[in-house]
Design a protein around this ligand. Structure first.
Ligand SMILES: NC(=O)c1ccc[n+]([C@@H]2O[C@H](COP(=O)([O-])OP(=O)(O)OC[C@H]3O[C@@H](n4cnc5c(N)ncnc54)[C@H](OP(=O)(O)O)[C@@H]3O)[C@@H](O)[C@H]2O)c1
Length: 285
């Protein structure tokens, strides 16, 4: 990559950012298309977020990705937000449109695209969604848009699951949604009919983490999707052992990044190259 006087800059705002894989695959994508762009990580302490957002304009950045802990906090500092951000209240991509900062969220659509790529059609499916944080909300929103049959929500903190249920109900009042208590996750009878089980919690990020849910009792057709991407989780190990279809979070990561890339450059993202950049680091989706 050669930096020139007219190189366009995009970046990542987060705290921390040093483990991010986005610079790796975004820069590989720019190089593949011969685009004069560079993607840089910016360590933005929460107290500096307002100044960092102003710097997008002041330094004429093309845009940024936004990650933990800024996804919600950044919203009031933007000039405009997409209809999706209006509903879910979190941003993962900012585009500097001639001095106006517009916030988008590509996480949920990235999740859906990664499943579509595997030939999984969400329409009418019965889903078990574990987690009630930012990722679960983005995914839940996109599942509703895909007209899934039913979403069963489970979260360690029950009230957060209820909050998520209420937010999703507000978005889609006629959707079939319900909450199951965390203690019942290994026993509820309908688990036999679950088509897609999603881990959208942070359990599995550490090798010390326990197995979040027992896969015994689920049918052999259940698809297990763990959105954690930094390691092979115990849940995916179990799914593999049981010969179930399964996917780790790298697919979602690449697809959400591909959608950000398209917002910044107006070009179709070279998914194969992005994937290849990760493969070279020994990361396989
Ligand atoms: N693949 C991708 O592209 C992608 C994109 C976004 C996020 N992610 C991953 O998704 C995960 C969640 O991210 P997030 O932004 O939604 O985080 P978050 O808002 O902090 O939510 C964390 C969730 O994990 C649950 N949790 C944490 N520790 C737990 C434990 N010991 N037992 C049971 N549940 C536990 C929390 O439950 P409580 O409510 O009870 O605390 C909450 O539901 C992270 O691993 C993140 O890296 C992946």
């Amino acid at each position: 990559m050669r930096i020139k006087g007219n190189t366009k800059v995009v970046g990542l705002f987060g705290y921390p950012v040093n483990h991010s894989l986005s610079p790796l695959f975004q820069n590989a994508a720019f190089a593949e298309l011969g685009l004069n762009f560079v993607y840089l990580p910016f360590l933005v302490h929460p107290k500096n977020l307002p100044q960092a957002v102003k710097a997008i304009k002041a330094l004429n950045l093309v845009g940024v990705n936004v990650t933990v802990p800024h996804k919600q906090k950044i919203v009031p500092y933007l000039d405009e937000i997409s209809p999706e951000v209006e509903k879910i209240g979190a941003v993962n991509t900012v585009v500097n449109q001639k001095g106006r900062l517009v916030g988008y969220n590509t996480d949920g659509e990235g999740f859906v695209n990664s499943l579509r790529e595997k030939g999984f059609n969400l329409r009418g499916k019965r889903i078990l969604l574990l987690g009630a944080g930012g990722a679960a909300l983005s995914i839940g929103f996109s599942l509703l848009r895909e007209k899934v049959g039913e979403i069963i929500l489970v979260n360690r903190t029950y009230n957060r699951a209820i909050d998520l249920l209420n937010r999703l109900k507000k978005i889609s009042p006629n959707a079939f949604l319900r909450v199951i208590k965390f203690e019942d996750r290994n026993f509820f009878p309908e688990r036999e009919d679950i088509d897609l089980l999603i881990n959208a919690t942070s359990v599995g990020m550490s090798s010390e983490d326990p197995l979040l849910i027992n896969l015994k009792g689920f049918s052999s057709k259940v698809f297990v999707y763990d959105i954690v991407y930094n390691r092979a989780t115990e849940l995916l190990g179990e799914a593999k052992k049981r010969n179930l279809f399964h996917l780790n979070g790298l697919g979602m990561l690449i697809h959400q990044g591909a959608l950000s890339f398209e917002l910044w450059t107006g070009r179709k993202a070279p998914l194969d190259k992005m994937r290849e950049a990760m493969d070279l680091k020994g990361l396989k989706d």
